[in-house]
Each structure stands twice: as structure tokens, then as C-alpha cells.
Write a protein that binds this ligand. Structure first.
Ligand code: IMP
Ligand code: MG
Length: 185
């Protein structure tokens, strides 16, 4: 695998800005759910870095659970609109205040399908928290309750987001220079 420095066009969001914004989101969520029961549902795998930092900034008692989604017939950079549960939640959402934790909302198809799936399981409330919003790419209309950053239509990686499953560990969000990638996907 390539060193990311070979194809990094620019650091879009450095580590300190990410961490500062995540603390703000955690404080806001803590105010909004004050006195209420809360369940965080992380969409694997991209949401995992965001979840672990966000939950450290949330001061209300909460549980966490995980769900993996894959999409049918789509390339890495495009969602088809049809999704499949790869790994389902280990616990019930019925009667819970559920907050979905996502890395990025692009076309919106993935999160729209998750909202439909979980909405049918009768949670008390169901909201969405995304670190990144590529708003200009939206195809499905989805309500987003908490947004870290609205970003331009560029392919990004790091802080949970992958390129062919690699580079999720980087503590910043970087922009890809596609022509420098050896394995185009
Ligand atoms: P959507 O269904 O089009 O909203 O796609 C959302 C999913 O596409 C995210 O959970 C990511 O896995 C992936 N994705 C979209 N844009 C990017 C990107 O710029 N970098 C890495 N993954 C992305
Ligand atoms: Mg992905």
C-alpha cells in the first residue's frame, strides 16, 4: 500500500479542528438529551473514530451499539441506493432515543435506508449525527440533526474514512489527488 503522502492533495480538516468541533457536538448532544436515556448507533466501519471521540464528550449516560451496512451493485465512490445489513445491532432500539453516528453523508442513500430500517423497530426517537456532509451530492432527502462540517464534493480519507479499506487511522481528513493513486477504485 502507498504512503498517503504520495496522493494527499491537502489536509482539509486538521486534527485540532476535528477535535474542537467534536467537543462542541458532544456538548450540544449532552444538552439536548439531558435527563433522557440515549443509545448511540455507530455505522461501521467509517463511523468508529468519530464515535469513540464523540462519546468521550457526551456527559449523559448512554449505551453504544454497532451496525454494518453494505450497498449492492455500487463502486466505492457511489452508492446504488440499495443497502444490506452486514451486521445487525446486538440490542433492541424499541423505546430508546437512538442517535445514529455516521462518518459522512454523500448521496444520502445509506442513511435513508438505515433510518427506514430502524424506524420500523419503534424507537422513541431517531436522529442523525454526521461528522461530514457532502451536501451538494445529496440525492435522497434526509434530515440531519447534528453536522460536524459541510465539505465540498471531493473524495476524502482519514479519521475513519477509507480508501480501499486503508488509511482509516489518520487523525485528520485529507483530500485525495486521484491521479496519484496507484490502485484506482
Ligand atoms: P451515501 O449513501 O452516498 O450517502 O454514502 C455514504 C458512504 O459512502 C459513507 O458511509 C462512506 O463509506 C462512503 N463515502 C462517501 N464519500 C466518501 C469519501 O469522500 N471518502 C470515503 N468514503 C466516502
Ligand atoms: Mg466506506
Amino acid at each position: 500500500m502507498q504512503d498517503y503522502r504520495e496522493f494527499l492533495l491537502e489536509v482539509l480538516i486538521p486534527e485540532d479542528r476535528l477535535q474542537e468541533r467534536i467537543r462542541e457536538l458532544g456538548a450540544q448532544i449532552s444538552r439536548d438529551y439531558s435527563g433522557q436515556d440515549l443509545m448511540l448507533v455507530c455505522i461501521l466501519r467509517g463511523g468508529v473514530m468519530f464515535l469513540t471521540d464523540l462519546m468521550r464528550s457526551i456527559t449523559v449516560p448512554h449505551t453504544v451499539d454497532f451496525m454494518a451496512i453494505s450497498s449492492y451493485g455500487a463502486g466505492v465512490r457511489q452508492t446504488s441506493g440499495q443497502v444490506r445489513i452486514g451486521l445487525d445491532l446486538g440490542s433492541s432500539v424499541e423505546g430508546r432515543n437512538v442517535l445514529l453516528v455516521e462518518d459522512i453523508i454523500d448521496s444520502g442513500h445509506t442513511i435513508a435506508s438505515v433510518l427506514e430500517l430502524l424506524g420500523a423497530r419503534r424507537p422513541m426517537s431517531l436522529r442523525v449525527c454526521t461528522l461530514l456532509d457532502k451536501a451538494e451530492r445529496r440525492e435522497a432527502s434526509v434530515p440531519i440533526d447534528y453536522t460536524g462540517f459541510v465539505i465540498p464534493n471531493k473524495f476524502v480519507f482519514g479519521y475513519g474514512l477509507d480508501l480501499d479499506e486503508y488509511y482509516r487511522n489518520l487523525p485528520f481528513i485529507g483530500v485525495v489527488q486521484p491521479e496519484k493513486l496507484l490502485h484506482a477504485s
